[in-house]
Design a protein around this ligand. Structure first.
Ligand SMILES: [Zn+2]
Length: 311
């Protein structure tokens, strides 16, 4: 398949996943504008503050990690207006300290507020995130723009911010009095999924890798096998608090439930493939077997990944 076809296929799947993940009322009529609310800021550990998502779709949980010498922000919100809210909250906590910025992945609500941060802000990206931006450009942004008038307005003039610092796998950032570990954890939800670990506080920003809901496979670039590897790596850290990129804060149980789900999907899919079923049939069979326990439209993507990777 050509790169172009691959890209098209990826975006067909991404568009579908997105539309399917959007609750019906959003598609039909009322949309809650995806606005980051500064009043949702709360401290979750000595150095870590989170602006929680308020339960609103396409609003991320935003992290602000405060050291003695510098501050790190995790995720920006969708577009300039949200980015400005996050930048202002970070500046308030940072005082005169320099601000660094990292995103859990390059999807619009996590990354496309970065332009609102001051020019001195240091943007940190994995090489996988950079490759993903180079490959996919603004394609997903076009899909987001069509979700509602407020999405369109928020994404006015949005562009990806260039990295000031790039890293391959692991990056240790000294904020003064605490070292933060930034980890390239993809390909999972995306190629460039990035986790952030604050060892002194035992807080983990897990992005879309582990959350209350079932994980979202975005197409052929998402790997179930690697997802399990990433879960093991994050579990080895023994986090006391997990801040997922959406939904309520949790702890190690998010890693355990995600692992149990993916392992079951993998094992069942391998069995169905061995019998000789096609991928569509395998999706049907696995959904019939466990769809009642996982009542969510993300099962098909996980089975498709397991099928691709099955021996
Ligand atoms: Zn995402």
């Amino acid at each position: 398949m050509t790169d172009f076809c691959n890209a098209l296929r990826t975006y067909a799947v991404a568009a579908l996943a997105l539309v399917m993940a959007v609750p019906l009322p959003l598609a039909a009529q009322t949309v809650v504008p995806p606005i980051v609310k500064a009043e949702n800021l709360r401290q979750v550990s000595p150095h870590v503050h989170v602006i929680t998502d308020g339960g609103i779709a396409q609003v991320p949980n935003v992290g602000i990690i405060v050291g003695e010498k510098a501050v790190l922000v995790v995720d920006t919100g969708l577009g300039m207006r949200n980015g400005a809210t996050v930048a202002a909250a970070a500046r308030q906590l940072a005082g005169a300290r320099p601000i660094h910025l990292v995103t859990t992945h390059v999807h619009p609500e996590h990354d496309l507020g970065a332009q609102a941060f001051s020019a001195e802000t240091k943007m940190i990206r994995s090489t996988a995130q950079e490759a993903e931006i180079a490959r996919n450009g603004m394609d997903l942004v076009a899909i987001f723009r069509r979700l509602s008038a407020s999405h369109k307005e928020l994404l006015e003039g949005a562009a990806f911010r260039k990295a000031d610092v790039t890293f391959e796998k692991d990056y240790a950032l000294d904020l003064g009095g605490l070292s933060v570990r930034i980890m390239a954890a993809g390909p999972t939800h995306t190629l460039g999924d990035t986790a952030v670990w604050i060892d002194t506080d035992r807080v983990l920003f897990a992005g879309d890798i582990a959350m209350l809901g079932m994980p979202s496979f975005m197409g052929p670039q998402s790997s179930l096998g690697h997802w399990l590897v990433a879960l093991d790596q994050l579990d080895a850290l023994k986090p006391a608090v997990i801040v997922p990129s959406h939904g309520p804060l949790g702890a190690g149980e998010y890693l355990a439930t995600t692992r149990a789900y993916l392992t079951e999907v993998r094992d069942r899919t391998i069995s169905e493939k061995k019998i000789g079923w096609t991928v569509e049939q395998a999706i049907e069979k696995v959904t019939a077997a466990i769809g009642n326990r996982y009542p969510n439209n993300r099962l098909a993507g996980a089975v498709a990944a397991a099928y691709r990777e099955a021996p």
